[in-house]
Design a binder for this molecule. Structure first.
Ligand code: ATP
Length: 276
């Protein structure tokens, strides 16, 4: 049962202040092995900032983040990299590495400091490039890849870490329709194999279809958490996104369908103080 699975990523009371402004406020969440969680919310809600805290690259003013039972910040860098992989939104690299080299970097936390990579590491890199649908890019310099191709290569690198927790910031934002489905399906399968996956997603239908659990942020606060059916209600879409929408079942996918009808005027819309 979902509730009995070990929590692999947990955050409690996380607050982030930047330039005197509270960007993330008192967030508490937990993601178990086998779960794919979607972090959703309007622009500027704090999703990227929260994900960066979960990845250990953004300091929090308050709060506790744990990977398994271990406090994230107490883990040494190599141990953290073995347990957790993070793919930021911007994956631009300035170095002339091939895609294959970049994916191989994901194996470094698994080899000794002065030891060479083993044949098995090359095999993992090859497998992950294939899983990400990016085999054809292996020999290409990453500086010459398109935005979507780069996203696939960085996903493959993150998978090559063979982490317990996979954190992704808008992993399908630059991808075409086919690659979106391929990557979301791949993430879903990774979760099913026992990872905890946390992905920032803007497409609510993707979130509903591929995620077990959604965390909805608004103005830095977690305003709803639960299954897609619990979180994606017409009332919530009006309150949080300021959009009049119809939520029903998509007979083709079996998941929720979210049809945005129009932008609401009034207190839910741009006049909200936290949208100023
Ligand atoms: N380094 C920074 N300096 C100042 N403000 C920042 C900084 N990082 C984030 N913010 C602010 O914090 C808020 C949340 O930003 P964040 O990128 O976490 O939002 P988001 O939910 O990921 O948004 P989006 O959906 O647009 O990507 C925004 O108002 C942003 O301007």
């Amino acid at each position: 049962m979902m509730g009995q699975r070990a929590s692999l990523m947990r955050a409690d009371g996380v607050r982030v202040d930047i330039d005197g402004r509270t960007i993330v406020d008192g967030v508490r969440l937990s993601v178990a092995a086998g779960e794919m969680a979607g972090l959703i919310g309007p622009n500027g809600a704090g999703k990227t900032t929260l994900l960066r805290v979960l990845a250990g690259v953004q300091p929090a003013a308050h709060g506790d983040v744990r990977v398994g039972d271990a406090p994230l910040l107490a883990l040494r860098a190599r141990e953290r990299a073995r347990r957790l992989a993070y793919v930021p939104q911007d994956t631009t690299l300035d170095f002339d590495f091939t895609a294959h080299d970049v994916v191989l970097m994901g194996r470094h936390p698994h080899v000794g400091r002065f030891e060479p990579l083993r044949p098995a590491d090359y095999e993992v890199a090859r497998t992950m490039l294939a899983e990400a649908g990016a085999t054809r890019l292996a020999g290409q310099l990453v500086t010459t890849l398109s935005g979507g191709e780069r996203q696939l290569v960085h996903l493959a690198k993150a998978l090559a870490h063979e982490p317990d927790v996979l954190l992704l910031d808008e992993p399908v934002a630059a991808l075409d329709l086919r690659h979106q489905l391929q990557v979301l399906g791949l993430l879903r399968r990774q979760a099913t194999r026992g990872l905890a996956v946390v992905a920032v997603l803007h497409d609510l239908e993707h979130a509903a279809r591929f995620c077990d659990r959604l965390f909805l942020l608004d103005g830095g606060r977690l305003v709803a958490a639960g299954t897609p059916r619990e979180v994606l209600t017409e009332k919530t879409l009006a309150d949080v996104y300021g959009v009049r929408a119809v939520v029903d079942d998509d007979v083709a996918t079996g998941a929720l369908r979210v049809t945005a009808l129009d932008v609401m005027s009034g207190p839910q819309a741009d006049a909200r103080p936290d949208r100023a």
